[in-house]
Design a protein around this ligand. Structure first.
Ligand code: NAD
Length: 447
């Protein structure tokens, strides 16, 4: 599961070949480790106008101990290698004012450091106060998605749209996008709405919470379980009885509990609810269990179609429904689906899988407004190429293309998906619901 090409590009011969032949040059991406700072370098902040959002961003930068300067100071200082460029674009109210993006970024973008971060904060277009503002704010998506394809050396570019009066909800989202926790998330657009102010300890944001993770015995599910436990949650890990040993191994390392069942079983929702109630109910539900059974549609048998739809979509639908209606999922809880970029872009041989994963997006979009009545949030991640057993089985040539076809020119790690889920699960992300965030290094497949 190691990326041998990337290792080779770090050798003297590899460096020379990459340079002379113009080959992909994937920068090793730093990941977050216990005790590391949110961001370990200077930040340059800019704004189209002075706004409450800008004040909230600067307060956060002070709070996390970042050394930051404003655009004017930053451009003037020599030898500056900013680790992050953060721009408050909420003040942009007409297309003419989009020029403030170019004025801020053009002089500083070349100086952005290795694995740097670019974050643009805009106003949610649908909630703009005038048609002119709505058009201009929508336009920013094109800017950030293009800049994500231009920046090099492992840098990421993301756009956070904030609703009016929701600037007090930005903290957990900005911490995530500034830090190495978002190493493999680029070219994404996130919407942050209003919500209750939840003050928690950023080093243990899930303390006292109970989390259910399906498919927790290995791969991405094991990383999710470990990451939620790292953040303080008690984890109930679900997997099929055949994987009992692996599940026990993962759960015993994190002090979690096991529940052996097939998520498609008729009584799975009731059994999950019963186990959850023994632990005082659930705060977080992660529907990670998933399977692929690839066949072109012309060769697709009904049982193969059904198996994929049942595990990937019907089980999350039924389990969520029961946990919500039975009250096993607390008000204020968080549900997280695991979709896939195949569910967005479609994929040859995966009509069943892509249908199921697009359905997970449907689940998020349909339930987000309904569950909001109980302050329950629902979001999804859509992973791209993640280095797991599943992708290690892909034939070499196809695997190599899958790995490189993204702005960061490498595969992601299970931890990258897990960190994104942990940000969704954080109660301080109270304003984050209805989002689908791709963890794909800005894959060239799909929008
Ligand atoms: P994996 O096959 O390594 O692990 C999946 C786990 O789910 C296994 O432990 C399996 O036993 C469990 N599981 C499967 N069916 C189950 C059922 N009916 N009941 C209970 N448990 C069941 O897969 P992974 O690569 O870790 O993928 C995890 C999730 O991420 C899946 O939903 C997958 O579709 C999605 N995903 C993965 C990638 C990738 O590149 N690996 C990309 C996009 C999406």
């Amino acid at each position: 599961m190691t990326d041998r090409y990337q290792t080779f590009t770090r050798t003297p011969l590899g460096k020379a070949l990459v340079k002379n032949l113009g080959l992909p040059d994937p920068t090793p991406l730093p990941r977050w480790t216990d005790g590391s700072a949110v961001i370990d370098g200077p930040v340059v902040f800019g704004a189209s106008a002075e706004t409450d959002t800008g004040k909230a961003i600067q307060a956060l930068l002070r709070d996390i101990g970042a050394s930051f300067s404003t655009a004017a100071e930053g451009v003037a200082s020599s030898e500056l290698r900013p680790k992050a460029l953060v721009f408050d674009a909420t003040g942009i109210s007409s297309t003419a004012e989009l020029t403030s993006l170019q004025r801020f970024f053009s002089p500083v973008i070349r100086q952005l450091g290795t694995a740097g971060r670019v974050i643009v904060v805009g106003r949610t277009p649908e909630l703009a106060t005038s048609p002119e503002q709505q058009i201009a704010q929508r336009a920013i998506e094109g800017f950030t998605r293009s800049l994500g394809k231009e920046v090099k050396r492992g840098a990421t570019v993301n756009l956070v749209y904030v609703a009016p009066d929701a600037h007090d909800q930005l903290d957990s989202t900005l911490r995530f996008f500034l830090s190495p926790k978002s190493a493999y998330v680029s070219g994404q657009v996130v919407r942050v709405g209003t919500g209750p102010l939840v003050g928690n300890d950023p080093s243990a944001p899930l303390a006292g919470k109970v989390a259910l993770v399906t498919g927790a015995a290995r791969g991405i599910g094991a990383a999710i379980a470990e990451t939620l436990a790292r953040d303080g949650a008690k984890v109930i890990g679900v997997d099929v009885p055949q994987n009992a040993n692996d599940l026990r191994h993962v759960m015993s390392a994190i002090g979690g509990s096991e529940l052996l069942l097939d998520v498609t079983a008729i009584d799975a929702p009731q059994r999950i609810a019963a186990q959850a109630q023994e632990q005082g109910g659930l705060d977080i539900v992660v529907h990670n269990a998933g399977i692929t059974r690839d066949k072109r549609l012309a060769n697709m048998r009904t049982d193969v179609w059904d198996a994929v739809l049942d595990v990937n979509l019907r089980a999350p639908e039924r389990i969520t429904d029961h946990l919500v209606s039975s009250g096993a999922l607390h008000d204020g809880g968080s549900v997280i689906g695991v979709s896939s970029i195949a569910g967005i872009a479609g994929n040859n041989g995966q009509t069943n899988y892509a249908t199921s994963k697009a359905g997970v997006i449907g689940l998020v979009q349909t339930l987000a407004p309904r569950l909001a009545e109980r302050q329950i949030r629902i979001n999804a991640v859509a992973p791209g190429f993640i280095e797991t057993e599943m992708t290690a089985r892909i034939p070499f040539a196809i695997r190599e293309v899958g790995r490189r076809l993204n702005s960061l020119q490498q595969g992601g790690l299970p931890i990258d998906v897990a960190e994104t889920i942990a940000w969704f699960a954080d109660p301080a992300s109270a304003g984050v619901t209805g989002n689908v965030v791709r963890v794909c290094g800005q894959s060239l497949l799909g929008a």
